[in-house]
Design a protein around this ligand. Structure first.
Ligand SMILES: [Ca+2]
Ligand SMILES: [Ca+2]
Length: 122
């Protein structure tokens, strides 16, 4: 199964949530830190030219942790992330798009057979 399958609309929500959690969890310690969330939001907003300042991103991070860090350990675990994803599908949309871009990039790096050469840039 490829990452692309996990992002398709037919994919069970649970699988997509698990996949997105792993995208956020950059250091693979099983927890999303404020820095990881901030970094992913920042990358997603920049990638899609959304007019969001770093101050606004920090506010989103603060608000997210205030609301969804249920056990107040300063990190978002998979259960907490599932609650976040379930109630904020729009919050995750730019990140889903960003994850798609990351997957596309990895596919290009991984195998040259299917990659189209010279796609014309942005
Ligand atoms: Ca982490
Ligand atoms: Ca927590």
């Amino acid at each position: 199964m490829s990452g692309l399958d996990l992002l398709s609309p037919e994919s069970p929500a649970k699988s997509r949530t698990d996949f997105l959690f792993k995208v956020f969890d950059l250091n693979k310690d099983g927890l999303i830190s404020p820095g990881e969330l901030r970094g992913m939001l920042s990358a997603a907003m920049t990638e899609h030219d959304l007019p969001v300042s770093m101050v606004e991103i920090q506010k989103m991070v603060d608000a997210t942790f205030a609301e969804y860090d249920a056990n107040k350990d300063g990190y978002i675990n998979l259960d907490e992330f599932a609650a976040l994803a379930a109630s904020n599908p729009s919050f995750l949309k730019p990140v889903t798009l960003q994850a798609q871009a990351i997957i596309d990039q990895k596919l290009k790096e991984g195998g040259s057979s299917k990659a189209t050469a010279g796609g014309g840039g942005k």
